[in-house]
Design a binder for this molecule. Structure first.
Ligand code: NAI
Ligand code: AKG
Length: 415
C-alpha cells in the first residue's frame, strides 16, 4: 500500500494543470490556492465511562469570494489538517463549477464514531460548534453532513449555534425536515452521482444505462443513494464494498434488500445473504462498466489504478484519486468524471435548503430534484465543452471552468 499522500499538494497539482491552461500568474495561483482561515480546536469530553478525552477538530475556510463558505463536517480517525484543507479547497472549485453562490470550506474531527455513544457524539458536536460559532453563520460559513455525520448531527449544530446567535436555520444544511431541512437533501449527492454517470455513460460513451454493471466502494449516504438511483435507471449494481466487508452478484444485487440489510447491521453490507462475500481488496479489479468510489480519499493510487477494468470512473467521494492514478487512467484512456462535478448534487441541494430557509419557503421533492438535475446537467455540458476546447481530462476541464469563475469574482471585488 502506498504511503498516505499529501492531499492538499495533490489538489494543488491538479489546480496547476488547469492554471497552466488559463495562463495564470504565480500571484493569482497563490491567491487562489491559499485558504482564508484555518482553525484547530481541542474539545475535552467527559466520556460515558467517566474518563476525560481530548479530541482535535479543524475547520478550514478556503475561499469566500463567490459567497458564504460551504462545506461538510466529517468524523473519522484519519482526519487531519492537510485532509481538511484539501477538501475545503475542493469545495471552492465544486461550488464554482456548478455555479452556485458559495465559497468552499470543510470541517473534521479526529475521532472514531463507531466506538462512541450518541451522547458522546452530541457532546463532541456541541463543543466543536461552541468553539467555532463566531466564524460560522448563514452569511459566513455553512456546515453540512459528510463521512459519519448525518441529519441528527446537523440538528445539534443548529441547536448549539442557536444558543449563542438565536434561531438561524440557514446556518447549517442537511438538517432533519422537521427543523427546516430540504426535501431531497439526503439523497441529493448519490442522485447527482447517478445522473452524472448516466450523462457520461450514455451521452459521452454512447451506451445504454440498461444493464450497465456498476461497482461501488462505500454504501453510506452517497454510495447507498447512488446505488438506488442507478438501479432505477436500469443499471445492475454487481459489487459493493464498505468498511465491514464486500459482497457481489453478477446478475445484480437487490439494492432495496441490501439497503435494509445494511440498516439492520449498523450500516455495513457484510453478511448480506443475497450475494457472495469477497475480499474488499479485490474490489478495484471487479469486471464492470462504471466504477464509483464513494468512501475515502486517495483509494485509487499507483497500486490500485492499474487494476481497474471499468471504462468509466465516477468520483462520488472527494479526492479518491491520486495524481499518479489520474496519469494511469489518462494513459489507459479511461473516462474519469471528477469529484467537483460528480459529487456536487449535495451542495446544490444544500444551496436550495439555504435559500428556502432564508425565504421561509418549502419546496416539494419533485421541484428540488428537477432543479438539481438542471444545474448538474448544465455543469456537465459546460465541462464537456471545455474538454473539447482544450483536449484535456474532465478533471482539468472542470477546474478550468471553476478557477476562471473564482478569479473573475476576485477581480470584480477589486483584488
Ligand atoms: N454526504 C454528502 O452529501 C457528500 C459526501 N461526499 C463524499 O462522499 C464520500 C462518502 O461520504 P458519505 O456517504 O456522506 O459518508 P457515510 O459516512 O454516509 O458513508 C461512508 C461509507 O464509506 C465506507 N467506508 C469507510 N471506511 C471505509 C474503508 N476503509 N473501506 C471501504 N469503505 C469504507 C463506510 O462503510 C460507508 O459505507 C466522502 O468522500 C464524502 O466527502 C461528497 C459530497 C457530499
Ligand atoms: O455543503 C454541503 O452540502 C456539502 C459540501 C461538501 O462538503 C462536499 O460536497 O464535499
Amino acid at each position: 500500500m502506498t504511503a498516505r499522500p499529501n492531499l492538499f499538494e495533490n489538489v494543488n497539482r491538479q489546480f496547476d494543470e488547469a492554471a497552466d491552461l488559463l495562463g495564470f500568474s504565480q500571484e493569482i495561483r497563490e491567491l487562489l490556492k491559499t485558504p482564508y482561515r484555518e482553525i484547530t480546536v481541542t474539545m475535552p469530553i467527559r466520556m460515558d465511562d467517566g474518563n476525560l478525552r481530548v479530541f482535535r477538530g479543524y475547520r478550514v475556510q478556503h475561499n469566500g469570494v463567490r459567497g458564504p463558505q460551504k462545506g461538510g463536517l466529517r468524523y473519522h480517525p484519519g482526519v487531519d489538517l492537510d485532509e481538511i484543507r484539501a477538501l475545503a479547497s475542493l469545495n471552492t472549485w465544486k461550488t464554482a463549477v456548478v455555479n452556485i453562490p458559495f465559497g468552499g470550506a470543510k470541517g473534521g474531527v479526529q475521532c472514531d464514531p463507531a466506538k462512541m455513544s450518541q451522547h458522546e457524539l452530541e457532546m463532541l458536536t456541541r463543543r466543536y460548534i461552541s468553539k467555532l460559532s463566531m466564524v460560522l453563520g448563514p452569511t459566513r460559513d455553512v456546515l453540512a453532513p459528510d463521512i459519519n455525520t448525518n441529519a441528527q448531527t446537523m440538528a445539534w449544530v443548529l441547536d448549539e449555534y442557536g444558543r449563542k446567535n438565536g434561531y438561524q436555520p440557514a446556518c447549517v444544511t442537511g438538517k432533519p425536515l422537521e427543523l427546516g431541512g430540504s426535501q431531497g437533501r439526503e439523497a441529493a449527492t448519490g442522485r447527482g452521482v447517478a445522473l452524472v454517470a448516466r450523462e457520461a455513460w450514455e451521452g459521452v460513451l454512447g451506451h445504454a444505462m440498461k444493464d450497465a454493471r456498476v461497482v461501488l466502494q462505500g454504501f453510506g449516504n452517497v454510495g447507498g443513494h447512488a446505488a438506488h438511483f442507478l438501479s432505477e435507471l436500469g443499471a445492475r449494481v454487481v459489487a459493493v464494498a464498505d468498511v465491514g466487508g464486500a459482497v457481489r452478484r453478477a446478475g445484480g444485487l437487490d439494492v432495496p434488500a441490501l439497503t435494509a440489510h445494511a440498516r439492520q447491521r449498523g450500516g455495513t453490507v457484510a453478511g448480506f445473504p443475497g450475494g457472495e462475500a469477497f475480499d474488499p481488496v479485490e474490489l478495484w479489479s471487479q469486471d464492470c462498466d462504471i466504477l464509483i468510489p464513494a468512501a475515502l480519499c486517495a483509494v485509487l493510487d499507483g497500486d490500485t489504478a492499474p487494476l481497474v477494468r471499468a471504462p468509466l470512473v465516477v468520483e462520488g467521494a472527494n479526492a479518491p484519486t491520486t495524481p499518479e492514478a489520474d496519469r494511469i487512467f489518462r494513459e489507459r484512456g479511461l473516462l474519469l468524471v471528477p469529484d467537483i462535478l460528480a459529487s456536487a448534487g449535495g451542495v446544490i441541494v444544500s444551496y436550495f435548503e439555504w435559500v428556502q430557509n432564508l425565504q421561509q419557503q418549502f419546496w416539494d421533492e419533485a421541484e428540488v430534484f428537477e432543479k438539481e438535475e438542471r444545474i448538474l446537467v448544465q455543469a456537465f455540458r459546460e465541462v464537456q465543452a471545455k474538454v473539447q476546447e482544450h483536449g484535456c481530462t474532465w478533471r482539468t476541464a472542470a477546474l478550468v471552468l471553476a478557477l476562471d469563475r473564482v478569479k473573475t469574482a476576485n477581480e470584480l471585488r477589486g483584488w
